[in-house]
Design a protein around this ligand. Structure first.
Ligand code: ATR
Length: 293
């Protein structure tokens, strides 16, 4: 095979649908992994506005796509177009990965695997302790679910700019997961000093601090952090956010979003191809690429 007939009728096509989609690193990650594993697959980004989702799904089915990733703003809306949704994705209420099995669409949430892999080395530290999660969107739902399901926290604080959304997540997960020690707070750091300081783990699930707004942070004082803490920012571009810089200045253990990003991708890769993604190689390559992009 020469490089000009690399792609042919047997090429497995995978896409990512979102709006906007310009800044996604998923195509880069998966195309490197296909090449490393010598798979005849290609991964392409598609900018699909909200009202075009149904047509996009129809088109992908007609063209025989092997599967696709779903990102903002479609992670919830996609569910109505799927035949089957995994128990985990239905509990979280969001799908980020779809597999096309001969015309039948199956939905999964691989963000859960990404969060799980990132926090696994800290399982003992987190168990039985207070945890604070900032944000109340789809990413926050995956974090709340993963932490309650796999990490046995003592208490979970949901902190959000819009208090009502934090309250409705509290109600939802208290009922669905029978976990009663959930609390909701408005994002106003001066009043949250004690809540934040006593949290063993703080997770930022909002997009505040993401490229290009790299000088923004949901928490702006390093006094809100301590050296006993673990601070996890789901953002991976930049790898070290303003929030993580503040947490680092206070001596906290810092976790960036890149490991989660690669592990959610690895789980999706496995669902589409049946193969393992070379996670360590991909992590190294992306870390280098993003810091110099
Ligand atoms: P995702 O699915 O990635 O979580 P989302 O559903 O748009 O994205 O949720 C984004 C979260 O970031 C929300 O909790 C949002 O707060 P609101 O519910 O108050 O809108 C939070 N967020 C976004 N921009 C923010 C900002 N400038 N300050 C504080 N929170 C912000």
């Amino acid at each position: 095979m020469n490089k000009y007939d690399k792609f042919n009728l047997n090429t497995g096509i995978i896409g990512i649908l979102g709006h906007p989609i310009k800044h996604s690193y998923s195509p880069l990650m998966h195309n490197i992994a296909f090449e490393l594993n010598r798979l005849n697959y290609i991964f392409l980004p598609f900018d699909v506005p909200q009202n075009s989702l149904k047509d996009a799904v129809k088109g992908m089915l007609a063209l025989g796509f092997k599967g696709f990733n779903i990102t903002l703003p479609h992670k919830e809306a996609i569910i109505q177009h799927l035949k089957n949704v995994s128990e985990e994705a239905s509990m979280v209420g969001a799908v980020n990965t779809v597999v096309n099995d001969n015309g039948v669409l199956y939905g999964y949430n691989t963000d859960v695997a990404g969060i799980y892999e990132t926090l696994l080395p800290y399982k003992e530290d987190i168990s039985g302790k207070p945890i604070s999660i900032i944000g109340s969107g789809g990413a926050s739902r995956s974090v709340i679910y993963t932490i309650i399901r796999y990490f046995k926290p003592g208490k979970v604080n949901i902190i959000n700019r819009n208090l009502q959304k934090a309250e409705s997540l509290k109600e939802y997960f208290s009922a669905k997961m029978h976990f009663n020690n959930l609390h909701s707070y408005e994002l106003y750091p001066p009043d949250l000093r004690d809540v934040l300081k006593t949290s063993k783990l703080i997770v930022n699930t909002t997009s505040v601090g993401m490229y290009p707004n790299v000088d923004d942070s949901v928490i702006t004082e390093y006094e809100h952090f301590s050296k006993e803490q673990i601070v996890f920012d789901l953002i991976y571009n930049p790898v070290k956010t303003k929030l993580l810089m503040l947490a680092e200045a206070a001596g906290a253990e810092c976790l960036d979003g890149l490991k989660m990003f690669v592990h959610q991708g690895a789980k999706a890769f496995q669902l589409w191809t049946g193969q393992e993604m070379p996670v360590d190689k991909i992590l190294k390559t992306l870390r280098l690429y993003i810091s110099t992009d």
